[in-house]
Design a protein around this ligand. Structure first.
Ligand SMILES: C=C(O[C@@H]1C=C(C(=O)O)C=C[C@H]1O)C(=O)O
Length: 355
């Protein structure tokens, strides 16, 4: 291509960028006006259901090259920056920095938010409950390892609401300063990550080496970086963050290894039209209680997407997800009838039926 041709194209890009900048600034002014209205009425700045509606609308009218993922990536960042300008709010997440939960948080709160890495799930709930953070991000379940007990325990104890779910594909890498697999004598990682990569470890002859469970995959990177002859099973982001060379990518045994995260806060969402609701249920200790409860759901034609039993302080409880919003009439009826058994956890935009 001639120098002149390149310059012409670059000039075109420059003028498009000028327009984009101008439009985004104009958009920010409007968001500010919305922010003032919300501040006067005491409403939350963040409205996940409204953001979902904007993305759905743009995806529908889109005739250009961008696909839904690209539209989502661009606009979620624009929304996050707008909100952050309007009212900077802290986001607590199960840390350390670079954890999968951090990545889940960044999908909704973007690059500019102020993040607080917290060492435990209980700590995250505490930060939000005591208003040091407006939002808390924690894992609720993984497709290979099931429900995260600490999260269920905290949902029973703290009066916070689930305002969004985030589902991430979880990919692990083997990162190490060793050049060859046979030089690796020990591997650091989080206990559940070892379980998710068993077959890989067997296939490359690493099933006999010492596996050392540590608090997080990021911690594993830090250990592996310091110690010769060791490796970490960690995320791509975690390895890159500390410049630990990656020897193998995508080493998880199942190709649909997914984790679901919740975002908790102190407000409730309005309806989006495509919602899911989560509740905890403690039924009376009498025969047929569960059947009667589920029959009511069946008769109201409510689609249950998950039911898991769980023991909290010796009591058996059920964690249940179903389609619909708390304010839907048929759901209200069930909530009224079973008000002594149900703890409402939140209605939020449904990202998927299940993981
Ligand atoms: C502007 C609003 O507030 C926030 C910012 C949004 C945006 O930038 O479009 C959308 C939803 C909210 O999270 C709104 O509620 O409309």
């Amino acid at each position: 291509m001639s120098e002149k041709g390149l310059e012409e194209l670059r000039n075109k890009l420059d003028s498009i960028d000028n327009e984009l900048l101008d439009l985004i600034n104009k958009r920010m002014d409007i968001v500010h006006q919305v922010g003032v209205l919300k501040a006067n009425s005491g409403g939350s700045i963040y409205r996940p259901e409204r953001e979902r509606a904007i993305i759905d609308r743009l995806d529908k009218i889109n005739t250009g090259k961008l696909n839904r993922r690209a539209i989502e990536a661009l606009f979620l960042e624009v929304f996050a920056i707008s909100r952050n300008f309007e009212l900077p709010e802290n986001v607590a997440f199960l840390g350390p920095a670079g954890s999968f939960t951090h990545q889940a948080a960044e999908t909704r709160f973007g690059a500019m938010s102020s993040y607080l890495p917290i060492a435990s799930i209980k700590g995250v709930f505490r930060e939000v409950y005591t208003k040091k953070a407006k939002f808390g991000v924690i894992p609720i379940e993984n497709s290979s390892n099931g429900i995260v007990s600490d999260t269920i325990n905290c949902l029973t104890k703290y009066d916070l609401k689930i305002i969004a779910e985030v589902i991430l594909d979880i990919h692990h890498t083997l990162a190490t300063t060793c050049d060859k697999v046979k030089d690796i004598k020990k591997i650091y990682s989080k206990d559940i990550a070892f379980e998710q990569c068993r077959k890989f470890l067997e296939n490359v002859g690493l099933d006999e080496v010492e596996l050392i469970p540590v608090e997080s995959t990021t911690k594993a990177v830090q250990y592996a970086l310091k110690e010769k002859g060791s490796a970490a099973i960690c995320s791509h982001v975690g390895a890159k963050m500390y410049n630990l060379p990656i020897l193998f990518e995508n080493i998880e045994d199942k190709d649909n290894n997914r984790t679901r995260f919740f975002i908790v806060s102190d407000f409730e969402n309005a309806r989006s039209g495509k919602d899911k609701t989560s509740v905890l249920v403690k039924l009376p200790n009498k025969s047929g209680a569960l059947v009667e409860f589920l029959t009511d759901f069946n008769e109201a034609k409510i689609n249950l997407t998950k039911i898991k039993s769980h023991i909290v302080e010796g009591d058996s409880i059920f964690f249940i997800d179903f389609d619909g919003h708390k304010d839907d009439e048929h759901i209200q009826k069930i909530f009224t009838k079973h008000k002594d058994s149900i703890k409402f956890l939140g209605s939020y935009v449904k990202e998927a039926d299940d993981i």
